[in-house]
Structures are given as structure tokens and as C-alpha cells.
Design a protein around this ligand. Sequence first.
Ligand code: KIV
Length: 274
Amino acid sequence: MSAAPPRGRQLTASDIRAMKGRVPIVSLTAYTTPVARLVDAHCELVLVGDSVGMVLHGLPSTLGVTLEMMILHGRAVARGLERACMVVDLPFGTYEEGPAQAFRSAARLMAETGAQAVKAEGGQRVAEVVAFLVARGIPVMGHVGLTPQSVNAFGGYRVQGRGEDAERVAADARAVAEAGAFAVVLEKIPEELAARITAEIAVPTFGIGASATCDGQILVVDDMLGMFEDFRPKFVRRYAELGHTAGEAIAAYAADVRARRFPGPEHVFEGSPR
Ligand code: KIV
């Protein structure tokens, strides 16, 4: 069997699941059609993350993100994808009540965006929800370690799973994998713990601040492009400084307008018909 994922069609959650232990799996977030097109050319999985709330809407955390926002951005991303498997986040408050609420929310995300899967944060406490959705045909990606929707319970965006806390995070990852998740995001946990979980569970792990020992990596696209300036997590490598470049371009435009250098002759329409 080939180590490479299939070409010529959109990848499914099962394709991602089958990549466990083969080639590193590449993933980024996307929230808009143009960025989805760029990401689709290079990634096996695209996450419409609830990070959209902080990155594009200026919210202070992901807690204010709604199902309607996820549907709007999910539909935009779907228009830009041909190959990558699309996963949409279940936002805070739309699945924690239990399986019935989670199914209603996940069904809307799947039906109204065309996503291949949803993602739910939490470990042992969401295992029942994961099993319920999977049994009803909705592939689920898990997310353990630092789960930003629980920022108030954690008291900040701290590294999780250090020392004795490692057992809790490992049990969380096992619980969602055994409940049927096709993959699990490991966020901001120590390298040894990420390596252990990756060896222990049967489905791919996607690390974000969890070391190269994971089966795949995921980053927030605006972080790695240098577009999100509010804070710079230690686990992000910046591959571009687009925020800086955009700032310079906007300053140059403003200077040109003020000096009447823009618009130039090439941008002006003539009055006489041709
Ligand atoms: O919302 C998001 O972008 C995420 C990633 C950071 C994994 O959950």
C-alpha cells in the first residue's frame, strides 16, 4: 500500500486516519475562500477553527464564537478546497450539554458547510458525545491538552500535562480515540507526553505546541504568516511577516493619496468614447 494519501479527490476522515505512522500529516486552519485555496495546495487537513473569533473578529477568546459564525466561515472555506479534508470546530456552548445537543450542532455544521468532520474539545468528559456522533455518521476529531474553550478553568493558556498531570492528558487522549475519534489534536503539552500518546493511541495525533513526535502538525494560519500580532505563542514558527508587509503597503498608499501620486494616469478613465 502507498504511503502517500490518495490524489484526485477530496480526502476523508478515513484517509487521514489511515495515514497514522506513515508520512507526517500537514494541516493548517483557514477561515476564508482565498486562504483555503492556498492551504489546499499543500495540506491534507484544513481546520475551520474557532480561533477565527480571535484572529478575524477581534474577540478576546474563543468563547464568544457561535455556530452561525462557524457555518459562515465553513461555507467560505469549502468553496476554496478541492483536496484537503475539511474539519469544522464545534464552538463553545454547542455540545457540552450532551449527545443530543452535540448531534444537532454537528449535523448543522456538516449539512450547511459540507465539512467532512467536526472537532470537539475535551477528553474523558466528551467521550460519550464523540461515540454518539461517530455512531450516527459524523466523524469527530478530538482535542486534548490545552483546550482554549476551557481557558477560564485552566486560569490561562498554560502548558498542560506536566508532571503528574500527564496521566490526565494521556487518559483524555485515550478516551476520545477509543470513543471513535479519527484523529486527536494535542495542544501545548510536553514532548515526552506527546510521544507517549502518539505511540499509545491508534489514530493520528496533530501537534500544536506538542513537538515533532506527533503524526501531524497544525498551526493557526494567521500565526505562521505573521498576520496575527496580538501575541506570539512559543510554538509558532513564523514563515512570513505579512502583517508587517501589509502595514508598509497601507502606509505607502496613504502617502501616495496625500501627495496626489495615486491614482496615476494609468488608473484614470477617459471621457471620450473609443
Ligand atoms: O481553533 C483552532 O484554530 C484550533 C487549533 C489551534 C487546533 O483548535
